[in-house]
Ligand binder design. Structure first.
Ligand SMILES: [Zn+2]
Length: 381
């Protein structure tokens, strides 16, 4: 791909997002939409919604499409923005006059909004940063009525070229903001396109949803997902450790979202599932004290990672409790449960406790304290 070679010299975050390779399960949609624009037979809908769970690549698709729509040489570059024209340069510097992004922290100049395959490391780093400033970030995500009002001059200014607004985390709009946006949606302006992105579209107002056209990004053929995840992990993880069964398991655990599956495989906690089971059994049998287990795990994983790990283990414990098969075939959960059968009440209590710890950590509860409590509770599970 010529695009790739052009960009390797200045690889930064925006390159990953605007000029990344197209995800294989998005090829059909890409060619449909771009053909529509290039042939001018049918213009692109005024407002588009990219919705669905994290890890399907919806942000990757939107940013790529935005870059291409704005690209001055798009006619001769149907597969993606050229990366070299004035518009593409503006995108690189994060100062494109024809692009407005809400909330501001979603501007792809920050790694937070990355949902692209190459960006998993940055994503996890961003997640780490978030730990310390989680509360600040949550309020920064809110889209308020003034934010929408401030878009109006941009939307109604008229002019020659295409103008694009991206509303990331669109479900974070306040009611007043959503109502202000409705007016804009009801009065489409020529050459203005709105992109809404949402991980939880169920939280969007129905009146908004009925006025935007949803991009069909959710369907991913299992074979394509397996191939993609295998290739992506091939370079970073020991190849023998990523057999087809292991890949299928990962994708299943990630609810079918390939990028989420890759992130999970690369997360430090994923390789510690057997260790979690050992600790749990040692706690249950009384061979290990909760204090010792807490000290040990504090050196292994952050509390946030340990909670993620525990949630995954709990998911399979509940499945086994209900008489279903476990999703994880590579750790011997069923043998452990036969030895130490948990009761439903204990499972529910531990699950609640994990949720509470997550909230407490946002309010700056000490990690050590949360770890100690969690180990005490794990000993009783
Ligand atoms: Zn360009």
């Amino acid at each position: 791909m010529s695009d790739k070679t052009q960009n390797t010299g200045t690889m930064d975050t925006t390159d990953h997002i605007y000029f990344a390779a197209l995800l294989p399960w998005q090829k059909n949609l890409w060619s449909q939409l771009t053909k529509r624009v290039l042939t001018s037979q049918q213009s692109l809908p005024h407002a588009l919604l990219a919705a669905g769970m994290q890890g399907m690549g919806k942000r990757a698709f939107v940013w790529r499409l935005v870059a291409w729509l704005l690209c001055r040489k798009r006619d001769s570059h149907p597969t993606g923005a050229c990366g070299a024209c004035e518009s593409c340069q503006w995108l690189r510097s994060g100062t494109h006059p024809s692009l407005q992004v809400l909330p501001l922290i979603s501007m792809p100049i920050s790694a937070d909004s990355a949902d692209s395959a190459d960006n998993q490391e940055k994503l996890s780093n961003a997640a780490k940063d978030k730990k310390s400033s989680k509360t600040a970030n949550n309020s920064a995500l809110k889209i308020k009525v003034d934010d929408i009002r401030n878009l109006q001059p941009f939307i109604y200014q008229g002019g020659q070229g295409m103008r694009i607004c991206v509303l990331d985390h669109a479900e974070q709009m306040t009611i007043a903001a959503a109502n202000a946006l409705l007016k804009t949606l009801e009065e489409p302006q020529a050459k203005v396109h709105l992109f809404l992105i949402s991980d939880t579209p169920a939280q969007l107002l129905p009146t908004i949803k009925s006025r935007v056209q949803q991009l069909p990004l959710q369907t991913i053929q299992p074979m394509i997902a397996v191939d993609y995840v295998t290739q992506a992990l091939g370079s970073t993880v020991n190849r023998e450790a990523v057999g087809t069964a292991a890949i299928e398991q990962l994708i299943q655990l990630a609810n079918g979202a390939p990028l989420a599956a890759i992130a999970m495989a690369q997360a430090p906690w994923y390789s510690k599932r057997a260790l979690w089971l050992t600790t749990w059994q040692a706690l249950r049998s009384g061979k290990r004290s909760s204090v010792a287990a807490s000290d040990y795990w504090q050196n292994q994983l952050s509390i946030t990672e340990f909670i993620q790990l525990s949630e995954l283990m709990l998911l399979d414990m509940r499945r086994l409790y209900l008489g279903l098969n476990e999703l994880q075939k590579d750790v011997n959960l069923s043998a452990a449960l036969e030895k130490y059968p948990p009761d439903n009440n204990g499972l529910a209590l531990f699950s609640n406790s994990l949720q509470q710890k997550k909230i407490a950590l946002q309010q700056n509860v000490q990690e050590k304290f949360a770890y100690d409590k969690l180990m005490q509770e794990l000993a009783c599970l």
